[in-house]
Design a protein around this ligand. Structure first.
Ligand SMILES: [Zn+2]
Length: 108
């Protein structure tokens, strides 16, 4: 029961993300404007909530993931944090057209 409920939640979340990707890739200008003004702020809110959960402490460790069974010994951000960084910052910087290169640059 609990796992099927979780499965439903997970499916609906991934369906929603897939729908957003399809609308971004194939939608008309109105769809693009709606994505930019309505959907992206929601995604950013969700991402910020996740990142808050996985924010590295002063030693670079994620307190949320440290509580889990396989805690990390090395002082580095957790996989969730690194995945977000990889998708949003590194992947953006690596785009061949350079678009967005200056938007997400960090001073680190
Ligand atoms: Zn974490």
């Amino acid at each position: 029961m609990a796992s099927s409920l979780f499965g439903q939640l997970d499916r609906s979340l991934h369906d929603r993300l897939g729908d957003l990707v399809r609308r971004a890739q194939r939608g008309d200008d109105d769809a693009a404007l709606n994505l930019a003004r309505v959907e992206i702020p929601k995604i950013i809110t969700a991402l910020r909530a996740l990142l808050d959960e996985h924010r590295p402490d002063e030693r670079g460790r994620c307190l949320t993931c440290r509580r889990r069974r396989f805690s990390r010994k090395l002082p580095s951000p957790c996989r969730a944090y690194l995945a977000a960084h990889l998708c949003l910052v590194i992947a953006e910087d690596a785009r061949p057209d350079g678009y967005g290169h200056h938007h997400l640059h960090r001073a680190s």
